[in-house]
Design a protein around this ligand. Structure first.
Ligand code: HSE
Length: 427
């Protein structure tokens, strides 16, 4: 028999308990022995729960799991940085293998955790940390291992994908769609990590380290969220044959990894553009396999519970058969993140300007002087003296664009630069 200690009995923890119980026979057949929970860490021993649980399993003392010599595998489902990181490291020091869904801890401290695990002959699995029910960590480690992967694109946050889909389909503003997502239980009471892009940044950092075998510092990843996206931009995108998505991007380069999260125009006939609502997706190119795209729900009790339980099965099987299928990461190199102002992108720009002769000429001159080449221009007709002016640029260096926008802002006839959104035409 293999014995589990679970740290945390929230939404995902309860899902894991349900799956382990419901599919116990099937899991025993896969692992070759019974897998049994012997302790669960909770905050409140007396709390009413939506699952039936033997109260004797519950403890409010983490040491009953971390320092319990009977426990083989520690399943960390507390989330957040501390005490989760400390519990993981001390459990590994005690020779236990780890299953976690903690994206923050893996993205920020993965290198230290994997090194400690290798020193202690322990395993660390984290399929649940990226895109919940979507299988991507183990496919990168195993099924796609023969490939060189140079680029990964993902929609890695369900809350923001739901909000952008709702804004676009129902012509709503950001605040209204966010409230809708919160009322439906998709968005957290404090949704800032989701809507400001940090949640997706942790996830793409984890994927990029596996795909490129390079560790980067997640604090260097450029992150821009969706708070500034207006329904006007979504409508204009649609008129021009695009959708807007919060895109997580990782590209392997000679001098570093170009890794970033920001809203992006995507051609509306691209497979990623079809991923709507709370769905996540990962789209990558392997030199042998070609394009691969996976999609699934990226959050929720049972989808994430499914990923975490699959990791438990994998680690339990490895321990039971004295084998090691989980990838070692000791050969991974450290790498820089390419600075955003060195990156070249195409941009969508929406300005509000006075509708009078010479305005366009002034703006075009500034672009030209700063090496910014225009791909298309659209002036929306309105019966007032102030009109929206929309540009799509060719690929330009971010710093050249920024310089030209700083100059354009100062022109008397330019009322405001309303939106600046990257365009990803080459995915
Ligand atoms: N809050 C995340 C999302 C799921 O909205 O996709 C957990 O990472």
């Amino acid at each position: 028999m293999l014995k589990l200690g679970i740290l945390g009995l929230g939404t995902v923890g309860s899902g894991v308990v349900k799956i382990l119980e419901k599919n116990a026979e099937n899991i025993k057949n896969k692992v070759g022995t019974e897998v049994k929970i012997i302790k669960i860490l909770v905050n409140n021993l007396d709390k009413e729960r939506d699952i039936e649980i033997d109260k004797n399993l519950l403890t409010d003392n983490a040491e009953d799991i971390i320092n319990n010599p009977e426990i083989d595998i520690v399943v960390e489902l507390i989330g957040g940085e501390q005490p989760a990181y400390d519990y993981i490291m001390r459990s590994i020091e005690n020779g236990k293998s780890i299953v976690t869904a903690n994206k923050l801890v893996i993205a920020k401290y993965g290198k230290r955790i994997f090194r400690k695990a290798d020193e202690n002959d322990a395993q660390v699995c984290y399929e649940g940390s990226v895109a919940g029910g979507l299988p991507i960590i183990r496919p990168l480690q195993n099924s796609l291992a023969a490939n060189r992967i140079e680029k990964i694109y993902g929609i890695l946050n369900g809350t923001t994908n739901y909000i952008l889909t709702d804004m676009s389909k129902n012509k709503k503003d950001f605040d209204e769609s966010l409230k809708n997502a919160q009322d439906l239980g998709f968005a957290e009471a404090d949704p800032s990590s989701d809507i400001d892009g940090h949640d997706a940044a942790y996830k793409i950092t984890i994927l990029s380290s596996l795909a490129f075998e390079r560790f980067v510092d997640v604090r260097d990843v450029y992150v821009e969220g969706i708070r500034e996206i207006k329904s006007t931009d979504l409508e204009l995108a649609h008129e021009m044959g695009y959708v807007i998505k919060l895109l997580a991007i990782a590209k392997n380069g000679n001098d570093g990894v170009d890794i970033r999260v920001h809203p992006a125009f995507i051609p509306e006939d691209h497979p990623i553009a079809m991923i709507n609502g709370t769905y996540n997706c990962v789209y990558l190119h392997g030199d042998a396999v070609g394009q691969v795209m996976s999609t699934a729900r990226g959050a929720g009790q049972m989808p994430t519970g499914s990923a975490v339980t699959a990791d438990i099965i994998q680690v339990a099987k490895d321990i039971n058969y004295n084998q090691r299928e989980v990838q070692r990461m000791d050969s991974f190199l450290e790498s820089n993140v390419t600075k955003i102002d060195e990156i070249e992108n195409s941009f969508y720009l929406r300005l509000e300007v006075e509708d009078k002769p010479g305005v366009m000429a002034h703006i075009a001159k500034i672009f030209g002087d700063n090496n910014v080449s225009l791909a298309s221009v659209l002036q929306k007709q309105k019966d007032n003296p102030v009109v929206p002016l929309v540009f799509i640029t060719h690929h330009v260096k971010e710093k050249d664009l920024e310089k030209s926008l700083n100059e354009i802002k100062e022109l008397d006839d330019v009322i405001e630069i309303k939106s600046v959104i990257r365009v990803e035409n080459d995915i």
